[in-house]
Design a protein around this ligand. Structure first.
Ligand code: PLP
Length: 266
């Protein structure tokens, strides 16, 4: 085969659940990473039965299969960032942590604990393994306020080894959406965005994947946080219904110009 002459796009390894609605999970990751200039390498951690209202069932992929997929993929394709969403089992976490530790690239984790529709998506063994094995490797964790509280709060997460925590306020009962960036040894920084009066599905996956794509491209974390939030806000402004339930971010809005190009937080 002739030697490639074009440089590759920044590659993001995405480990997520498959949501057949296309609103959350791996499809959200692939769209967001592509829209932010990267290429997603996608691994399914779990198959889900769900609609735009709620998740009804989660079937985890065997950890041994995930290990084989990861080893084959990473042997061939260098990645510049990793994004982790829904995790299927504590055994998967062991497999993923061993590989991610060796990669030494930024790691974004969106801790998916419960679906917006209410279905519980985790258990105590999984949370223990997340704390023990993944938090010490994590560049940015992106919990919403409820998830951050369930995980012990931003300070405890930082103390557990997580380098940065962005607590998002999309689900909070506030007029504006406040997102707070916590890091060790510095005061938090807040971004505030106008609230869009709709309920969305997959907003968290969109934000975390956009963030991973920006980190994969290089540049500072603060820039990546700025860009990923603005991109997510635009995607939500352009959201569409897909079923009868929550609306889905239009992550490829730039292709048809359905969202204004520049929004700045207050
Ligand atoms: N299904 C999958 C595969 C997910 O990754 C997520 C969230 O990340 C959900 C469902 C739940 O999404 P939401 O909280 O927007 O309902």
């Amino acid at each position: 085969m002739p030697a490639p002459t074009l440089s590759p796009l920044p590659r993001v390894l995405c480990l997520s659940g498959l949501d057949p609605t296309g609103g959350a999970g791996l499809q959200a990751d692939i769209e967001a990473v592509a829209a932010c200039g990267g290429h997603a390498l996608g691994l399914v951690t779990a198959l889900t039965v769900q609609d735009t209202h709620n998740v009804h069932r989660v079937d985890s992929v065997p950890a041994e299969l995930l290990a084989a997929q990861l080893d084959t993929l990473l042997d061939d394709c260098p990645v510049q960032a990793v994004k982790i969403g829904l995790l299927g089992s504590a055994a998967q976490i062991g497999v993923i942590a061993a590989r991610v530790r060796a990669l030494r690239v930024p790691l974004v984790i969106d801790p998916v604990l419960r679906a917006g529709g209410g279905m519980e998506l985790t258990n105590s063994a999984l949370i223990d393994a997340l704390w023990r094995e993944l938090l010490p490797l994590c560049t940015v964790l992106t919990p919403n306020a409820v998830e951050a509280h369930r995980l012990g709060g931003a300070e405890a997460l930082l103390a557990a080894g997580c380098a940065n925590v962005l607590v998002t306020g999309g689900d909070a009962a506030t007029d504006a959406v406040h997102n707070d960036w916590h890091r060790r040894g510095q005061p938090p920084r807040r971004w505030s965005w106008p609230r869009i009066a709709l309920r969305f599905h997959g907003a968290g996956c969109t934000l975390a994947s956009a963030l991973a794509a920006r980190l994969a491209a290089g540049g500072t974390l603060e820039d990546a946080l700025d860009h990923a939030q603005a991109y997510t806000h635009r995607s939500l402004q352009a959201a569409r219904p897909v079923g009868e339930g929550r609306w889905i971010a239009h992550r490829l809005h730039a292709l048809d110009g359905t969202a204004p190009s520049k929004i700045t937080p207050s």
